[in-house]
Design a protein around this ligand. Structure first.
Ligand code: GUN
Length: 286
């Protein structure tokens, strides 16, 4: 059984990004907007800032209050769109419920859209001519390629249909000539579908949703889920687990990503790659 760890793949990407920035003497900057006090979001944003430092990308976090109005947030984004020193922008999701995520995503210039969430960039991805690609699904594809998992002609099942992971992951697998099925909360007899899968990408946000009896022998499983579960038997009082039951599935799978240590770190590495790509494509051309 092949354990598909993300750290080696991510390091490889980060060092290439750093090298290109140095060689081309690029001056790139990410501005991340954080609205409110979601603890997980705070950790994600500070990790992204650290990755920028590693790669030689300047970074700044604009931390807005939970009560920020839509106008204040859109005005902030507009300023960043017009600031030539800022080459990448992201607004950490989820936003507080009074803010319209679609409107906010649309307002970020597609030329600075580090997440690849803007409809223009999503459209480019959909027609198979992307400029940047969404970080988590691109991380999934990179990981599969790094570990030499054949995708062409394979049955790939994506569990989850979010705009951030499930939908783009399915398009990207299709682009690699996989035969793709998307399962979601309304799918009937989900195990009948997952048992046919050569490759399963799971991003449902439910701890241990995918069980060993739902997969066939030799399948490849990429687990995008990440959950902190209370466990009083451990010194730290919790453990981190994914959407797939790693312990049991790893006895049947030919390859699987661990959680933690799998896809998570890849998402951040692709973000750095996207900031570089946006800089190379648009800097000085706004
Ligand atoms: N929230 C969860 N994942 C992401 C991500 O990749 N980008 C942003 N901006 N917010 C997120």
């Amino acid at each position: 059984m092949l354990l598909m760890k993300g750290d080696v793949v991510a390091e490889d990407i980060l060092s290439k990004v750093k090298k290109t920035i140095e060689e081309k003497k690029l001056s790139l900057k990410l501005t991340a907007i954080l609205v409110g006090n979601d603890e997980a979001s705070k950790i994600y944003v500070s990790s992204k800032k650290k990755d920028c430092e590693k790669c030689g990308i300047a970074s700044e976090v604009i931390h807005l209050s939970e009560k920020t109005t839509e106008k204040e947030l859109l005005d902030t984004i507009e300023k960043l769109n017009n600031d030539d020193s800022v080459t990448g922008i992201l607004c950490q999701l989820p936003l507080p419920p009074h803010l319209n995520e679609d409107k906010v995503i649309d307002s970020i210039s597609y030329k600075k859209d580090a997440d690849c969430f803007h409809p223009y960039n999503v459209g480019k991805l959909f027609i198979g001519n992307p400029i940047v690609e969404p970080c988590t699904p691109k991380g999934v594809i990179k990981m599969l390629e790094y570990y030499n998992i054949e995708l062409s002609g394979k049955n790939a099942v994506v569990i989850g249909r979010s705009n951030i992971v499930g939908k783009p992951a399915s398009i990207m697998l299709l682009q690699k000539n996989a035969t793709v099925t998307i399962c979601h909360s309304k799918t009937k007899n989900i195990s009948e579908i997952t048992k046919q899968a050569d490759i399963i990408v799971i991003a449902v946000g439910k701890p241990h949703f995918l069980k060993a009896d739902m997969v066939k022998n030799g399948c490849v499983v990429v687990d995008v889920g990440i959950h902190r579960i209370e466990d009083k038997t451990l010194e730290k009082g919790y453990k981190i687990i994914g959407d797939a039951d790693f312990e049991e599935i790893s006895k049947k799978a030919s390859a699987i990503t661990p959680v933690p240590g799998g896809v998570g770190i890849m998402t951040r590495a692709i973000l750095m790659q996207n900031i570089l790509t946006l800089g190379l494509t648009y800097q000085g051309k706004n």
